[in-house]
Design a protein around this ligand. Sequence first.
Ligand code: TRP
Ligand code: SF4
Length: 329
Amino acid sequence: MKKKRIVSGMRPTGKLHLGHLHGALLNWKKLQEEFDCFYFIADWHALTSEYAHPDIIGESTYEIVIDWMSMGLDPERSTFFVQSDLVEHAELHLIFSMITPLPWLERNPTYKEQLQELSQKNVSTYGFLGYPVLQAADILMYKANGVPVGEDQAPHVELTREIARRFNHLYGPVFPEPDTLLTPTSKLLGLDRRKMSKSYGNSILLSEADDEIDRKVSRMITDPQRARKDDPGDPDVCNVFSFHEIYTDADTVKRIDGECRAAEIGCVACKKLMAENLKKGLAPIKEKRKELEADMARVRDIVADGNARARAIAKETMNEVRRAIKIVN
Ligand code: TRP
Ligand code: SF4
């Protein structure tokens, strides 16, 4: 039986952190067992907000592919590609832009939110408004059945479905409507208890050096109500505890839970223990990264291979699209 296909992308704006790992990548890894996966570097999407300082985009493209492979995404099972290597995406984006009513884009909640959040970047551009149109091109190009994304991206998949429907209605059935495969939100927060994000400077990288992990964990905010060591703490609201739940063995987690509530363990000791376990947990990922860094030719081959696989499909879709809109030469 043919596997169903899924497509998802990541914007290359630096090396990946634990928010990416637990909020997306581990899910992507699991999905490899069931689906024909297309995972790509959305560098044009990064350009919509980073256009004034695009260096980071090119610099982090391969870093991210290395992060992917280090944590267990498998290029034998999944197709990795780079959006900007497939100009077909730009062509499909252009064609979709003809049929996408402006109000669909203007009322998009993610757009409205980002306009405010990125206020220092001036994203009142044509390209930024059209962000979901480009995303629809990424997804529909491969006639994906599903799109694994977090909550914040769900409106974009909904828009993709609307664009597919409108295209099919105008020109005949070409595109399936993809399902949203919602990734459960990760409990892990950044060092300061806000969402982990590079722009907040509160993240821990997959490739973080051990001494940096020590330093970062030591400045993590714990239960904000717990001012002194003899105050009882509440693990349920403590981000350090959320890390323990992932990186520490179940018996120890249970012990910490009790000791924290009874004020028998202090946050400094608790963090030290967590940092040790986090370092152990990330060690295999960092080991794999080292191997890959020593063989960049192989990494480049993998991306070139993935690009070629993606291109074969993209060319077919574009032929179909050109025939559907009756602009064929
Ligand atoms: N917009 C997505 C994000 O910021 C990245 C992305 C671009 C994407 N194209 C996509 C995700 C297609 C899924 C499918 O996370
Ligand atoms: Fe959090 Fe551990 Fe401090 Fe409890 S002891 S508040 S779990 S860091």
